[in-house]
Ligand binder design. Structure first.
Ligand SMILES: Cc1cc2nc3c(=O)[nH]c(=O)nc-3n(C[C@H](O)[C@H](O)[C@H](O)COP(=O)(O)OP(=O)(O)OC[C@H]3O[C@@H](n4cnc5c(N)ncnc54)[C@H](O)[C@@H]3O)c2cc1C
Length: 595
């Protein structure tokens, strides 16, 4: 059975030295996040993850979800009870607005906890994560009456939420959706159509499910501009707001998937179901984007979460498993074989995983801080600056961290040799579960296109210039100090590659958009590795401070990992830049018939 223990020590380090949580004590929401409260939440969240969710991860994978003859869907044994404990523990209300019954804690803390929960049991967490996205969308675009009706119950966890975009012929290109909404005399709409791949489409965790559904109102343009957003509850709330009449929607089937078997992914049939328009007619994508942006950061954290749990198991195995003898053995050692952790190539795998995972945690939490600042910083200028950075980095966190998630889980599997390939050790489940994060909430290719096509040029490149500025300042500070200078110099080279590639795109992608498409993924990776290098420089500074007064062993390990990242990972920036600058010509030259 795989192990998991929440990395609270490392989270605390990032909160202290990268996020600088105490600096924001004057901001609403942060005031209550005192060091004691934060520590208690991290400890309790870690315990809940390890003791309640993790023991259900392998059994949930084996059992999967079931659609019964009456059309109802049940989750694996133990999931409903774990959900009850999740609700009772208040884990779903942590960052939700106080006005609707939430605890109003900073997103940065919510992100730390969601990493733990997802490491322990990703399949379980998908349903609750979508409810959070649903809350965010309703908070922004719903009417007051709709907020009163739905938000308290979604926040408390009594009801769950879903997100219904995808149809069989419309995934990335939502303009193609065919689900129709017909206006009724009473102001409601009749929703008809089929959605596929709907996470949490039905289950036995909550008494009601609130579906947010994209559809086109009869007569509106048959493209992305004609899309509206609707609330379509499983049970229509009665006059007292309790689940009343069953709505005309059903689960056609559940998907049999590669991973996240404990998450019910449903085909949803809407047969003239009663729906309520949310926000303005034909502005449905606005609400959905709020939900998707929140969810995209959350999916990025899934990559981190899978990396962390896979890494922990690989370390344990590498210390236990004995094969071969070390190149250099300690005097007097006569054992037939040494633990495989002595072999440089096994070390390489462990260090790769560690450097990427800890760097990813820092970037995810720093970005979550920007989400908090975009909402709550005291001045409009600060809010705008934070919002720019969130917009720029969301596709990087989603795309880069989830690509790493698959890479790292596969590397952890490799540490196990053949034992990684068989089910009993649990490593192949991590690989299968990590894979989805590259696909949903917009594939990683689409994230890269979003970064290059929309986020870079926005406001004349204001966000990317702000990002360059932040990294440049960290480099200048680092170069001024002898022990940090080598890391700062390695980061400087990566930044030069990123700036060079950005300039190349500005000069070559406007006139020939295929160049943007051809280089987008390489550019996203280039920004990702540079951002992680920047995080490692900040962390190295923090570790140096802790050397003398905190936890010297922890600090020494941080400094070594920072050095490893600078030596081994940052040089990848040069390769990514060359890929961007290779352009589209060769890539597009092959005639379709030649494939
Ligand atoms: C387990 C699971 C859970 C899901 N949960 C939900 C959910 O809760 N709600 C929901 O609405 N959907 C959900 N989805 C759907 C998911 O978001 C889509 O599968 C995803 O957005 C991709 O759409 P698609 O599968 O139609 O692929 P396509 O859009 O057909 O894409 C196929 C390939 O072409 C590429 N591509 C497409 N267009 C372009 C372009 N313009 N430029 C470059 N490349 C392009 C893509 O990157 C991809 O590699 C889920 C899917 C799965 C598998």
């Amino acid at each position: 059975m795989p192990i998991y223990s929440a990395p609270t020590r490392d989270t605390r380090f990032v909160l202290d030295h990268v996020v600088g949580l105490e600096r924001y004590q004057n901001i609403e929401g942060f005031t209550q996040a005192t060091p004691d409260i934060v520590n208690a939440i991290l400890e309790e969240g870690g315990k809940f993850a390890a003791e309640v969710l993790q023991p259900l991860n392998q059994s949930g994978d084996r059992e999967g979800c079931t659609r019964h003859p009456d059309g109802s869907v049940t989750t694996p044994t133990g999931f409903p009870d774990a959900y009850r404990k999740y609700v009772e523990g208040g884990w779903g209300t942590l960052t939700a607005p106080a006005q609707w019954g939430g605890q109003d804690m900073p997103m940065v803390l919510g992100t730390a906890i969601s990493e733990y929960l997802m490491s322990a049991n990703l399949a379980f967490c998908i349903t609750v994560m979508l409810t959070e996205g649903c809350i965010a969308a309703l908070e922004h675009v719903a009417s007051d009456e709709q907020k009163q009706m739905y938000l308290p119950k979604l926040v408390s966890g009594q009801w769950c939420g879903t997100m219904n975009l995808t149809e069989a012929h419309a995934g990335t290109d939502l303009g193609l959706i065919r689900t129709k909404a017909v206006p009724q005399a009473d102001g409601t709409y009749r929703i008809t159509g089929q959605k596929i791949f709907i996470s949490g489409g039905d289950h036995d965790l909550a008494e009601n499910i609130i579906h947010l559904v994209l559809a086109k109102i009869e007569g509106d343009p048959d493209n992305v501009k004609g899309i509206s957003l609707f609330i379509v509850p499983k049970f229509l709330p009665d006059a007292d707001g309790n689940p009343g009449t069953r709505n005309s929607l059903s689960v056609g089937s559940i998907e049999h998937k590669m991973g996240i078997a404990g998450s019910p992914t449903c085909v949803m049939n809407y047969d003239g179901a009663t729906g309520f328009l949310v926000g303005e007619r034909m502005k449905g994508m606005r609400g959905m984007f709020i939900m998707m942006n929140a969810a995209r950061l959350g999916v990025g954290v899934q990559g981190l979460a899978m990396s962390e749990v896979a890494y922990q198991n690989a370390v344990q195995y590498a210390k236990d498993r004995r094969q071969g003898r070390a190149f250099v053995r300690a005097p007097g050692v006569t054992d037939a074989a040494d633990p495989i952790i002595v072999h440089p190539d096994v070390r390489r795998m462990l260090m790769d995983m560690r450097a990427f995972t800890e760097g990813s945690r820092a970037l995810a939490l720093w970005t979550a801080l920007q989400v908090d600042l975009a909402r709550r910083a005291p001045t409009p200028e600060e809010r705008q600056a934070a919002d720019d950075l969130v917009a720029l980095l969301t596709p990087v966190v989603k795309g880069y961290l989830t690509d790493l998630g698959l890479q790292i889980t596969a590397t952890a599997q490799q540490v196990y040799g053949g034992h990684g390939y068989v089910k009993e050790w649990g490593m192949e489940q991590f690989v299968r579960d990590a894979r989805i994060a590259q696909i949903y909430e917009g594939t990683n290719g689409i994230q890269a296109m979003d970064l290059v096509g929309r986020k870079l040029p926005a406001e004349g490149g204001r966000a990317v210039r702000a990002f360059f500025d932040l990294v440049s300042r960290a480099i200048a500070d680092g170069k001024a100090e002898a022990d940090l200078a080598p890391l700062a110099e390695a980061l400087e080279k990566a930044l030069q590659h990123l700036q060079g590639a950005t300039l190349w795109l500005v000069q070559n992608a406007m006139t020939k958009p295929e160049n943007a498409g051809a280089g987008a993924v390489a550019y996203m990776n280039l920004m990702g590795v540079t951002a992680l290098g920047w995080m490692w420089l900040i962390m190295a500074r923090g570790a140096r401070e802790e050397l003398g007064n905190g936890d010297p062993e922890f600090a020494k390990a941080k400094l070594l990992t920072a050095k490893y990242f600078a030596e081994r990972m940052l040089p990848e920036a040069g390769t990514y830049r060359r890929r961007v600058e290779a352009g589209a010509e060769t890539l597009m030259a092959m005639p379709v018939e030649a494939f």
